[in-house]
Design a protein around this ligand. Structure first.
Ligand code: GDP
Ligand code: IMO
Ligand code: MG
Length: 417
C-alpha cells in the first residue's frame, strides 16, 4: 500500500505531524524531494523533534528512506542521525545512490544569488537551487559517488574550477579542494553504510504488502512548474513527481493526502492573494507560532485560499485532505475563506498559470462565524457547529473529503473523520 502525504499550500502545513500520526500503521517512510530547506515538526507528549532531512517516521523507528530526488547536506544528515541515536531511536536508514549531494559551493552560491538579486526569492539559503541546477546540468555529485573516495575526488576536482569562477563573479572566495575534502570525506565514511537502491527496495517492499508512506517536503505552490514561478523551490513537491523521484510505477500510488492549514502562510517572496497585514496577521502568527522551522523567519499570514487548494487537489489528485491548525482560528469573531479570485472583471476558480496575473488577482471571500476549539476532543462530533460548517465548505469547494483534522501540535490532537 503506497500513500503520499503532500503539502497543498506554501509548505509548513504540518506534514511532519500528519506523517507521524499515520506512521504507526506504516512500515517505511520515504522523503522524495527537497533537502534541508524543509523543517518538519513532530510533537509527542513533551518531546519535540525537528527534522530537516530525515523522514519523520524515524520517531516511530520505521524504515526510513531518502529517495533519488532528494538533495542531501551530509553534515545536516549526520547530525540528525546522531541526535536520533542519542534519544534512543532504532531506525533503519536507506539512501539512494542517485540522490544529489549539497556541496559547500552550492550554499555559498545560493546566498550570493539572493543577496545580489533585485527580485529576491527569499530562499532558505541551504544551497537547494544550485544543487538541483547542477543535477540538471549533469555536474552534480551523487550519493554513490560521494561515498567512493576516488570517484568523489575526481568529480570534485573537475567541477571546482567552474564553481570558483562563478563564486568569484559574486566577489566570494570558494573554499579550497583540500578544505572541502577535509570536511566531506569523514562525513562520507559515516554515511556509506546507508547506501542502497531505494527504488528496488520499495518495489520489493510493496510486493510484500508493506505499507509505504511518502513524505513530501514544501507544498503545491512551491512546485518548480505549478507553483508561483519563479518564487518556488527547485524540486517537485506534487504527488505525481514523487513516483518519478522514488523510481516506482505511478500505477502503484493508492492514497494521496493533501495537507492544508485552516488558514495560509508563506515564507519568502511571491504573490499571496489572501495575505493579511496588521493586528489580525500578528494574532494568527503568534497563536500559530508561525516562525520558520528552518530559518526562524516570521511567516506571512493569510486566510485560507480555496482557489489554491482546489487547483492543488486537481493537479495532485488528492484522495483526501488533512486540515491542520484549526485551533489557531479559535477565538476569532469571524473567519474568512477565499473561494474565487477577481481578475480583470472575471471570476477565476483556478490559479492562473501566469504568476504576473496571479499577482493581480483579488480574493472573493465568504465569511463564517468564529468558533472555539476545545483542547481535547474524542470525535469529530465534539467540534462546534460553526467549525463543521467551515470544514464542509472546504470539502465542497475542493470536491475532496477531509479525513483528518488536527487541532494542536501534539500527536493525539488529531481527529479521524
Ligand atoms: P511541515 O513543514 O509541513 O512539517 O510543518 P512545520 O513543522 O514546518 O510547521 C507546522 C507547525 O505547526 C509545527 O510547529 C507543528 O508542531 C505545528 N502544528 C502542526 N499541527 C498543528 C495544529 O493542528 N495546531 C497547532 N497549534 N500547531 C500545529
Ligand atoms: P517544508 O517541507 C516553507 C520556500 C522558501 C522560498 C522558496 C525557495 O518545511 O514545508 P529554497 O531554499 O527551497 O530554494 O527556497 O521556497 N521554502 C519553504 N517554505 N516550507 C518549506 O519546507 C520550504 N522549503 C522551501 O522560503 O520562498
Ligand atoms: Mg516546515
Amino acid at each position: 500500500m503506497l500513500t503520499a502525504v503532500v503539502g497543498a499550500q506554501f509548505g509548513d502545513e504540518g506534514k511532519g505531524k500528519i506523517v507521524d500520526f499515520l506512521a504507526s500503521k506504516a512500515d517505511v517512510v520515504v522523503r522524495f524531494n527537497g533537502g534541508n530547506n524543509a523543517g518538519h515538526t513532530v510533537v509527542v507528549g513533551d518531546k519535540t523533534y525537528k527534522f530537516h532531512i530525515m523522514p519523520s517516521g524515524a520517531v516511530q523507528n520505521k524504515v526510513c528512506c531518502l529517495a533519488s530526488g532528494v538533495a542531501i547536506n551530509p553534515e545536516v544528515l549526520v547530525s540528525e542521525i546522531e541526535m536520533l541515536k542519542k534519544t534512543g531511536k532504532r531506525f533503519k536508514l536507506l539512501i539512494d545512490s542517485r540522490a544529489q549531494i549539497i556541496m559547500p559551493y552550492h550554499i555559498l552560491l545560493d546566498g550570493a544569488k539572493e543577496s545580489k538579486s533585485k527580485n529576491k526569492i527569499g530562499t532558505t539559503k541551504r544551497g537547494i537551487g544550485p544543487c538541483y541546477a547542477d543535477r540538471a546540468a549533469r555536474t552534480g555529485i551523487r550519493f554513490g559517488e560521494f561515498v567512493r573516495e576516488k570517484i568523489f575526488r575526481e568529480k570534485l576536482h573537475a567541477v571546482l574550477p567552474f564553481k570558483r569562477k562563478e563564486l568569484n563573479s559574486y566577489g566570494i572566495r570558494c573554499p579550497s579542494e583540500r578544505t572541502i575534502l577535509a570536511k566531506y570525506l569523514p562525513l562520507a565514511k559515516k554515511l556509506k553504510q546507508y547506501e542502497a537502491d531505494v527504488s528496488l527496495f520499495l518495489q520489493k517492499a510493496l510486493k510484500q504488502q508493506k505499507r509505504v508512506l511518502l513524505e513530501g517536503a514544501q507544498g503545491f505552490c512551491l512546485d518548480n512548474d505549478f507553483g508561483t514561478y519563479p518564487y518556488v523551490t527547485s524540486s517537485r513537491p506534487i504527488a505525481s513527481a514523487a513516483l518519478a523521484s522514488i523510481g516506482i510505477s505511478a500505477r502503484l500510488l493508492e492514497r494521496i493526502i493533501g495537507v492544508a492549514k485552516a488558514y495560509c502562510t508563506r515564507v519568502g517572496s511571491g504573490p499571496f492573494v489572501t495575505e493579511l497585514k496588521g493586528k489580525l496577521a500578528d494574532f494568527i502568527r503568534e497563536k500559530g507560532k508561525e516562525y520558520g522551522t528552518t530559518t526562524g523567519r516570521a511567516r506571512r499570514i493569510g486566510w485560507l485560499d480555496l482557489v489554491m487548494l482546489r487547483t492543488a487537489a486537481r493537479v495532485n489528485g488528492f484522495t483526501e485532505l488533512a486540515i491542520t491548525k484549526l485551533d489557531v482560528l479559535s477565538g476569532l469573531k469571524k473567519v474568512k475563506v477565499c473561494y474565487a479570485y477577481r481578475f480583470k472583471g472575471k471570476t477565476l476558480k483556478e490559479v492562473p498559470a501566469n504568476t504576473f496575473e496571479l499577482a493581480k488577482c483579488k480574493p472573493i471571500y465568504r465569511e463564517f462565524e468564529g468558533f472555539e476549539i476545545p483542547e481535547r476532543m474524542r470525535s469529530v462530533e465534539d467540534l462546534p457547529k460553526e467549525a463543521k460548517a467551515y470544514l464542509r465548505f472546504i470539502e465542497k469547494q475542493c470536491s475532496t473529503q477531509i479525513r483528518l483534522v488536527s487541532y494542536g501540535p501534539e500527536r493525539t490532537q488529531t481527529l479521524r473523520i
